[in-house]
Write a protein that binds this ligand. Structure first.
Ligand SMILES: Nc1ncnc2c1ncn2[C@@H]1O[C@H](COP(=O)(O)OP(=O)(O)O)[C@@H](O)[C@H]1O
Ligand SMILES: CC(=O)OP(=O)(O)O
Ligand SMILES: [Mg+2]
Length: 403
């Protein structure tokens, strides 16, 4: 039987896997996702051709590794999924790894590259740890299958020096790799390809402002088909707030918040070192700190249940607006499209409407009916703009972060 490719994406609140045929172009065989790992009970969604299935998971799955094992087990034991009945049916496993440091392209995992990625973990412990644990699990439990890691940061290798450099001592910056890397790049490159095709423009002539807004949220300015700026930085903490992340704040704030900022947080393990400051700003901030929920669907509602919910919504809108304005200017007003993607961007008509109404001065407008309807299941890109077709299009893109 022909072999398959397994793609894995361990996000902050979900693990998604997709099986593809090993051919060019690959065809999707099945995909499955466990979501709600940080807001139990976890939920399973499964799709194979026309067959769709949703359920609440009874088992306790508290880590992405648990979720990955659960997903693999489910798929291998599904009698309808005869193409992938066991490990022997897999040719490659492609892993999404958030932080690739100076790697500009994908790499095959061997002892040397794995060790290099482990060393990088200090820069992004909260984001690389889960994915690398899954890479390690595959190395040990599925040793015959080649693992390839694809990096979120690689798409942003084109960001110019003046944008990627922090104004700090450059000797220290270079020695410690302290610069803007940027993330969500697998998603941005999928969106760029899909939107350029939708607009019938060559990729290298396409200029976009793209929002990838989910539990982790970022925004990217794409000029002539290349990333020119993005809101995340050295780590995914910078820029927009998220489910549990503060986003950009005054860096001094953390020393006023606690005098233990530099100490190791209790969440650290022998393998993963996180400072108390990183723990607070990455895990105890964002919507969760403001409202108690990590689920933006409870916040983005017409009549929010509390004024804190309204405040969380208003803060998010304010921060996104700041970047749209800045990127519009950096792109010299030559913008083909403003694109919404990620769990919130794809599903919240209210957020899209609120935001675009505040961007009228840039010539952006949406068709309320098209916006309320959102994209259909099989629709990768949907145009929700109003008007003659002049000025930037407002689009929703159902992104695919599977490497
Ligand atoms: N209808 C909705 N309105 C607003 N937010 C939503 C809606 N549906 C899902 N979301 C939010 O999308 C986020 C998850 O986005 P996703 O991109 O899948 O996350 P991750 O960063 O884990 O990959 C969650 O905060 C979820 O609450
Ligand atoms: C880079 C990042 O923030 O990823 P996620 O959205 O999966 O948390
Ligand atoms: Mg995500």
């Amino acid at each position: 039987m022909p072999k398959s490719i397994l793609a894995v994406n361990a996000g902050s609140s979900s693990v998604k896997i997709t099986f593809y045929t090993f051919e060019n172009p690959p065809r999707t065989i099945a995909d499955a996702v466990v979501s709600g790992i940080t807001a139990p009970p976890p939920k399973l969604k499964y799709r194979q051709g026309d067959k769709k299935h949703k359920e609440e998971i009874k088992e306790k799955l508290s880590t992405p590794q648990d979720a990955f094992k659960y997903l693999l087990q489910r798929c291998f034991s599904d009698p309808d999924l005869s193409e992938v009945a066991s490990v022997d049916d897999l040719e490659y496993i492609c892993h999404r790894v958030v932080h690739g440091g100076d790697y500009r392209e994908a790499v095959e995992i061997n002892d040397e590259t794995f060790d290099h990625l482990k060393a990088l973990e200090d820069l992004a412990p909260l984001h690389n740890f889960s994915a690398l644990e899954i890479v390690r699990l595959c190395k040990v439990e599925l040793p015959k299958v080649t693992s390839i890691t694809f990096f979120d940061s690689a798409f942003h290798k084109t960001i110019p020096e003046a944008i990627r450099t922090y104004p700090i001592n450059q000797k220290i910056a270079k020695a410690n790799g302290l610069r803007k890397y940027g993330f969500h790049g697998i998603s941005y490159s999928f969106i760029l390809r899909s939107v350029a095709q939708f607009l019938d423009k060559p990729i290298e002539k396409t200029n976009l402002i793209v929002m990838h807004i989910g539990s982790g949220a970022s925004i990217c300015a794409i000029k002539n088909g290349e990333s020119m700026d993005t809101s995340m930085g050295l780590t995914p903490l910078a820029g927009l707030p998220g489910a549990t992340r503060s986003g950009s704040i005054d860096p001094s704030l953390v020393f006023h918040y606690t005098n233990e900022a530099g100490k190791l947080s209790p969440a650290s393990t022998t393998e993963m070192h996180i400072s108390t400051a990183e723990e607070i700003l990455n895990k105890q901030s964002g919507w969760k700190a403001l409202t108690g929920t990590t689920d933006f669907a409870e916040i983005a509602v017409e009549n929010p249940p509390s004024k804190e919910h309204q405040l969380a919504f208003d803060i998010f809108i304010d921060r996104i607006l700041g970047y749209i304005g800045s990127y519009y200017v950096k792109l010299n007003g030559e913008v083909d499209g403003v694109v919404f993607s990620g769990g919130i961007g794809e599903k919240s008509a209210l957020l899209r409407r609120t935001l675009i109404h505040k961007c009228q001065c840039l010539g952006l407008a949406i068709d309320d009916a098209a916006n309320d309807k959102g994209p259909g299941d099989e629709e990768t890109v949907k145009d929700i703009s109003k008007g003659s077709g002049k000025g930037p299009r407002v689009l929703v893109c159902q992104t695919n972060e599977q490497p």
